[in-house]
Design a protein. Structure first.
Length: 432
């Protein structure tokens, strides 16, 4: 078992120690660089002129203009999701008709091909992929799914049950690390389905800005199948005529789409006023933690190890942190017990040095304590690669049947700040 623990970290240690030069971290601007000051002032004025009268959860009070009944045989009452209308209907100014198809699927109990006519916003990014339709227009991202994969498909679970589970999974913090200040409404029953609203600030790392987002989810029945409609509104991309397009979407799909420009701006202002984080959240599946904003994942170490460094390069930055996590079997291991005597510690260090292939000095193993990943031993040393010197620490961590290793390596002048990042992960990380 001891040899297995050594082999589990040797490759990563050797790779991390190959950094040869450093580079200063870049501090990014909080504002969106794509917007000039004039554009920002214009947007502020536009937001102030937005109409009010929305519901408590940002529900719409938009009304469509009175229109004359179309002359193509359709009536407005027919042109609804699940309605029987001609696909050539052209009564909408911002939407075009598309058709979703559902092929027979024995596994899902679908015995015959079905189709559903829907309307998508006209734009550069609109498409249909069999049973799903997508569109991105005027700051609105729309997705319509015919017979989506849901948790339950039996009669004992309602639309509300399925929508609640779907939204909870979608906003599980381990899968939505870029989301801050989340407000998630309760699932409400509407006339024809179930509805839920999410409001949050999305962190866009490419522009180093937080963007208010409103998402409305609607689950209903049409064409004898469930239909899921997802409407996401991004305040950064909203266009002047977006409200008119939303009114048409609401008319066809039959539910209120949450959006309130003033409320969205206030949400962003309040979030920033409370103190913008100087870190960003990162999820690697089993572990959620925070790192500095100028750090990124370094993908050069393969899929079995998650490595992070300033600007995503351990080599260029001269420092970095890697994390690995391995299932060790049913028996379970305890690293603190394995290295509980000085004799065991000396033997481990000797075997590690012999296998490493580089010079190691000032080696020391000591008990570190409890971490988010389990009980840890701290193995610190100095590694010599020719004329290059790296300070290094390995946290050897066991918990039940898992063995985790966090490796910290840095040039001496960057070691202290890198250790601070690592110890914050160990202290405040969340394990799934």
């Amino acid at each position: 078992m001891k040899n297995r623990l050594i082999l589990a970290v040797l490759t990563v240690v050797a790779a991390l120690f190959m950094g040869a030069c450093g580079k200063e971290a870049v501090v990014t601007d909080q504002d969106n660089p794509k917007q000039s000051e004039a554009e920002k002032e214009r947007d502020r004025g536009q937001r102030e002129d937005e109409s009010e009268g929305k519901g408590d959860d940002g529900g719409s009070s938009r009304k469509t203009e009175d229109r004359t009944e179309p002359e193509d045989g359709n009536s407005f009452s027919d042109v609804r999701l699940g309605g029987d209308f001609d696909e050539k209907y052209d009564g909408f100014s911002y939407l075009k008709c598309e058709t979703l198809f559902l092929k027979p699927d024995e596994y899902r109990g679908i015995t015959e091909e079905k189709e559903l006519k829907i309307f998508l916003p006209v734009g550069d990014y609109a498409s249909v992929n069999e049973n799903s339709g997508y569109a991105d227009s005027r700051g609105v991202n729309l997705k319509v799914s015919l017979a989506p994969y849901l948790r339950w498909d039996d009669s004992t679970h309602t639309l509300e049950d399925n929508l609640e589970y779907y939204v909870e999974m979608k906003y599980d913090e381990f899968y939505s690390a870029d989301i801050y200040d989340l407000e998630l409404s309760k699932v409400e029953t509407t006339e024809d389905g179930a509805r839920c609203v999410a409001k949050y600030c999305y962190y866009d790392k490419w522009v180093d800005s937080y963007i208010p987002i409103y998402c409305t989810y609607y689950l209903t029945n049409a064409a004898d199948e469930t239909v899921l409609v997802e409407v996401e509104i991004n305040m950064m991309d909203v266009k002047d005529d977006m409200e008119e397009m939303l009114a048409e979407l609401e008319e066809f799909y039959g539910f209120d789409i949450a959006w309130d420009a003033k409320e969205a701006q206030k949400k962003l202002d309040d979030f920033i006023a409370a103190g913008v984080p100087d870190t960003m959240k990162v999820s690697i599946g089993y572990l959620l933690f925070e790192i500095p904003k100028d750090w990124e994942a370094d993908y050069s170490y393969g899929y079995e190890v998650d490595a992070f460094a300033p600007e995503g390069s351990v080599t260029e930055a001269g420092c970095g942190i890697s994390i690995s996590h391995e299932y060790m079997g049913y028996d379970g291991i305890d690293i603190t017990e394995m290295l509980s005597s000085q004799e065991a510690i000396d033997a481990y260090m000797a075997e590690f040095q012999e296998s490493a292939g580089y010079a190691m000095e000032d080696m020391k193993i000591e008990y570190y304590g409890s971490t988010c990943l389990g009980e840890a031993m701290k193995f610190s040393f100095r590694a010599e690669y020719g004329e290059t010197t790296n300070e290094a620490v390995m946290f050897l961590i066991t918990d039940d049947n898992y063995f985790s290793v966090m490796i910290v390596t840095a040039f001496p002048e960057k070691f202290e700040e890198t250790m601070e990042v690592a110890e914050n992960i160990l202290a405040n990380g969340k394990v799934k």
